[in-house]
Design a binder for this molecule. Structure first.
Ligand code: BTN
Length: 326
């Protein structure tokens, strides 16, 4: 019902639509229309009503992250064409997993939340998820034929897609820290979390979750030195629906590239956007500390670190810290 009202208001942006027309379109009473309008105003729509004239939408929504606004901006074929929206949830990753249990045919569905109570990051870290400021989403991707070992390329693709979308908003200098932290300088601005299901080495479903710090005007004390937001860099309020639809567009294209040309193509792109190779890194991995020069990634996307001439392969890391000046 909201979408019928919004369609009508957007079609007549800046012009009044009579209450009669709204009632007719919706097949409900004037009071019911008024209640709907009040809800839309609460969401942030600049709608004005004049008795005996009707309702006008004064301007396009600037930062309202509801499915209607995401869909208006979406350029994808499949990703985000189905959306599950939550004002509050524990984690969009949980919602994606529930959905997969109910509907194994949820390919392309996007789960969006305005706030998460238990947002999670890699290595079971907490992901700060305050209401209405950032992007917290999970995308369900169910490949036709994909090897489990391509999972890391999916994570890389998501980090690259975020990086590309940041540059649409004037943030040109974001880089990816292995494996998939999106950084501006030495501060993290976005992260990607991948959860997969597989059968006999074949990837059946992937939940690609990502969080982007968008309109946070301040970082909490404990994150001030390690994290930033788009607002803190650009000093402008970002339209999250546009940012999200751009990320989905890039991600859909990158994953098609992965499917058509293989993971090497994604690794090449990752290399051109990374900030890790060539640096001295200190990595905590499975209770071990590996310190050396990050040389390359191997054919599986794992990090190769030269420790005094001995090349070590890092498959997962609890933390990756730069131990040089640069
Ligand atoms: C990381 O860098 O450690 C990954 C962070 C991933 C956070 C996102 S926010 C949306 C989705 N839901 C979660 O609980 N986590 C991911």
């Amino acid at each position: 019902m909201n979408s019928v009202i919004l369609d009508e208001l957007y079609k007549n942006l800046g012009k009044y639509v009579t209450s009669e027309r709204m009632c007719e379109k919706l097949g409900v009473s004037r009071i019911a229309v008024w209640n709907r309008i009040k809800n839309l105003q609460k969401l942030g729509y600049k709608i004005e009503g004049k008795r005996s004239v009707g309702y006008v939408l004064k301007e396009e929504a600037k930062d309202i992250l509801i499915p209607y606004e995401i869909r208006r901006r979406l350029n994808t074929k499949i990703f985000g064409r189905k959306i599950e929206y939550f004002r509050l949830t524990s984690s969009t990753m949980d919602e994606a997993q529930y959905l997969l249990e109910k509907d194994p045919d949820a390919h392309g569905t996007l789960i969006v939340a305005e706030e998460q109570t238990s947002g999670r990051g890699r290595q079971k870290r907490k992901w700060l998820s305050p209401r209405g400021k950032n992007i917290y989403v999970s995308l369900i991707y169910s490949p036709k034929h994909m090897d489990v070992s391509d999972s890391i390329a999916l994570m890389f693709a998501a980090a690259i897609a975020i990086k590309e979308a940041l540059s649409d908003f004037g943030i040109e200098d974001a880089k990816i820290k292995w494996p998939n932290d999106v950084m501006v300088g030495d501060k993290k601005i976005a992260g990607v979390l991948l959860e997969t299901r597989s059968e006999g080495g074949v990837l059946t479903h992937a939940v690609i979750g990502f969080g982007v710090n968008v309109n946070m005007e301040e970082m909490p004390e404990e994150l001030k030195d390690s994290a930033t937001s788009m607002y803190l860099i650009t000093k402008t309020q970002i339209d999250r629906a546009t940012l999200l639809s751009n990320i989905l567009f890039y991600l859909e294209n990158l994953i098609s590239l992965l499917v058509s040309e293989g993971r090497e193509k994604i690794f090449e792109l990752w290399k051109s956007h990374n900030n890790t190779l060539g640096r001295t890194v200190e990595i905590h991995s499975n209770g071990e500390v590996i310190k050396g020069i990050a040389k390359d990634i191997d054919k599986d996307g794992f990090l190769l670190v030269d420790v005094g001439g001995d090349v070590r392969k890092v498959v997962t890391a609890d933390s990756v810290r730069f131990a040089d000046e640069g």
